[in-house]
Design a protein around this ligand. Sequence first.
Ligand SMILES: Cc1ncc(COP(=O)(O)O)c(C=O)c1O
Length: 378
Amino acid sequence: MIAKDKKPMLEIKILDKKFILPNQVNNGGPYFLTHSVGPLTKLGQQYLDDYYLSPWSNNGGEAWPQWLTLIDQFTSALSQLLGGAQDEYCPQANLSTGLAKYLMALPKAGFRNTVLMHAHAFPSMGFVVKALESQGYQLGLIPTDKPAHDPQVWVDHMNETTAAILITHVHSNTGVLSPIGEIAQLAKSQDVRIMVDVAQSAGIIPFHIPNWNVDAVFGSCVKWLCGGPGAGWMWVCRDSLSDLAPKDVGWFSHENPFEFDIENFRFAETAKKFWGGTPSIAPYAAALGGVKTVASIGVETIRAHNLKLMEIISPEHDFTHNGGTLCYKAGSQIDAIEARLRSKHARFDRRGDRIRLSLHITNTEDQAQMLRDSIYQH
Ligand SMILES: Cc1ncc(COP(=O)(O)O)c(C=O)c1O
């Protein structure tokens, strides 16, 4: 937890020096939308100029060495923050693309062809599997009334046709946090591939990928890593890399992208075999700033602050199985609560009968108290 006497200094430093909050720019009210887009960092804004625009304006087409160095810095920063080797990370536009590329790279689906996920998984991930029916895959869904965080539920829904499972570390619409290591341990005994979606957990839930013993992890930087859209990535366990044959390739998937021999394609020996054609650069400049900013504060510190604020809002609630977003089930009260929050200019959203409120390091105890008052009408 954050020591009480240290907190004000920490907050002032963070708000003034590290983040550019939407409400600072246009007086728009407190920001609780990190589950959608995390706030821009000052470092990200600076890196966009230093690592993307300046090399371009100074060097034109000769900027590539600097741009590719930026990508290396990005994968290095991810490996330091989330664990795993740098060369197990590969940039991807988003999670859906990473998942599609990974599934297509597996040995052809035969009798074992089902990809199992919980019905509360982000829909895009299900769409990917459905679209791969032509490749022999089937989508299996654990029903919504079964708790996604219960490892036994996963085992109960696996059978001899299960080829792979996709575990969502934190569900975006319910906030449910799942114990990846425990689920993976049970699932491994069934000899299935284990994939993890960390879109809503990277940067807010402390984790170290190698501790999970999983095959692949898909993430982005847009939410708690405060890196903006476009800087997605995948992590692929080194042990399985040589068995994977991506179908969607390009010259940056080549062992030597600058060999330029159309008759001689050789996969990169690292996760970069999943990369593809000419990579995008700009999103990774902003994202590097986000990842470094989060690392400089510490994910444990951010999570401790997040839990403290959620406990101010709902002291009676147990947040053990909850990610960084409070998905408050408002039921018939939802319109009234929304109106009270809007009158405070709060920035949040709703999904079904839930109000989603993300409490980042940039949010304060006063804001949490305001949320409590607005939700429970104190
Ligand atoms: C849990 C989860 N997975 C995935 C995504 C996004 O997937 P993609 O990067 O393919 O758009 C989101 C976006 O909100 C999400 O919440």
